[in-house]
Write a protein that binds this ligand. Structure first.
Ligand SMILES: *Cc1c(COP(=O)(O)O)cnc(C)c1O
Length: 379
């Protein structure tokens, strides 16, 4: 039996509780579990770092939504990434990463993985030749983020999957911006999907978390071992909040996309805006690729206004769009990547333009969003 996305979001891993019939999986807020005899834990649960039923429900649900076999969830997106790097790589290995990767991902490679002995090369992933040129004899992993944060570049997942196969590297896709509703990288040839579930998956800006989804049993075993051995797990309440959020992912994403499309239309026609970055625009460099691999184009919109001062003034002037880092929640957020989320890549190959403004378009009333932007742009 194969169910649709919305059904899986609401039911996968979430059978009514066997003992009580509770329709919603309980928050198993416990660190340990009674054992029936020495070495005989019930249902395999011994200790909540190693296993917890609420976390298991979320892991199973996310795996189903990505069309994958195994899900693992963590205390944050970066905890998921770190666990993956230490599971899949050894000192001496090399990774190709996007030249406009999420700032925290770049920092993890530059300040944590590199000192540990893993080398990396940032490459323009929208250009297959650039990806090939960045590969070395030691390349064990290609890291893709698409669409990228904050420049909304789009990489062709199927094409890069082919390169990864040719060179014997595993392909990791950070699917945070699209969410599994809009894009399913495993079906396009990826080996691992990474999420910051803090963003669209949780969707309500009330919990930090991360996830990995894989098909390969061996890689799953390794990552599961590291999840327990390193211990960066999410707690039961955080898992439950994320599970509560993910049930509405499909309807939220549809509205995020509706509103973002209208915001793009508005910004494109505004004289103060010099460029709008959105994969749904026909003039976007990889619009065709986005149209091929995404259901719709998402709720993230970036735009440029000519100079830093203007960008800051706009970010300081909105009322409905809250000035804040993060993204993917029901509420609209505005931020200045150069001074906020991407301050950690200043001076590196990943530095972002100073006049860039990033929006996470929420699901409030569209007219309120447009009026707010109009006010801020004419401030
Ligand atoms: C936020 C984010 C991360 C990091 O996730 P945290 O939950 O903040 O640790 C990774 N990738 C992308 C694309 C993100 O937006």
């Amino acid at each position: 039996m194969s169910y649709g996305f919305e059904t899986l979001a609401i039911h996968a891993g979430q059978e009514p509780d066997e003992r009580t019939g509770a329709v919603i999986p309980p928050i198993f807020q416990t660190s340990t579990y009674a054992q029936d005899a020495v070495g005989a834990p019930r249902l395999g649960y011994e200790y909540s770092r190693s296993g917890n039923p609420t976390r298991d429900a979320l892991q199973e649900c996310l795996a189903a939504l990505e069309g994958g076999r195994h899900g693992l969830t963590f205390a944050s997106g970066l905890a998921a990434e770190d666990t993956l790097l230490r599971s899949a790589l050894r000192p001496g290995d090399h990774v190709v990463i996007p030249d406009d990767a999420y700032g925290g991902t770049y920092r993890l490679f530059a300040r944590v993985a590199q000192p540990w002995g893993v080398q990396f090369t940032p490459a323009r992933l929208t250009d297959a030749d650039a990806v090939r040129a960045a590969v070395t004899a030691q390349t064990k992993m290609i890291w893709v983020e698409t669409p990228t944060n904050p420049l909304l570049g789009v990489a062709d997942i199927a094409e890069i999957a082919e390169i990864a196969r040719e060179v014997g590297a595993i392909l990791v896709v950070d699917n945070t911006f699209a969410s599994p509703y809009l894009q399913q990288p495993l079906a396009l040839g990826a080996d691992v999907v990474v999420h910051s579930t803090t963003k669209y998956v949780g969707g309500h800006s009330d919990v930090v978390g991360g996830a990995l989804v894989v098909n390969d049993a061996e890689l799953h075993e390794k990552a599961k071992f590291h999840q327990n051995a390193m211990g960066a797990v999410n707690g039961p309440f955080d898992a439950w909040l994320t599970l509560r959020g993910v049930k509405t992912l499909a309807v939220r994403m549809e509205r995020h996309c509706d509103n973002a499309e209208r915001v793009v239309e508005f910004l494109s026609g505004h004289p103060a805006v010099t460029q709008v970055l959105y994969p749904g625009l026909p003039e976007h460099a990889n619009h065709d690729v986005a149209a091929k691999q995404m259901r719709r184009f998402g709720g993230m919109v970036s735009f440029r206004v000519g100079d830093l001062a203007k960008a800051e003034r706009i970010c300081n002037s909105t009322k409905v769009f809250t000035l804040a880092e993060s993204l993917g929640g029901i509420e609209s957020l505005i931020e200045h990547p150069g001074r906020m989320t991407h301050a950690s890549v200043a001076g590196s190959a990943l530095e972002v333009p100073a006049d860039l403004v990033r929006l996470s378009v929420g699901i409030e009333t569209l007219d309120d969003l447009l009026a707010d932007l109009d006010n801020a742009l004419s401030a």
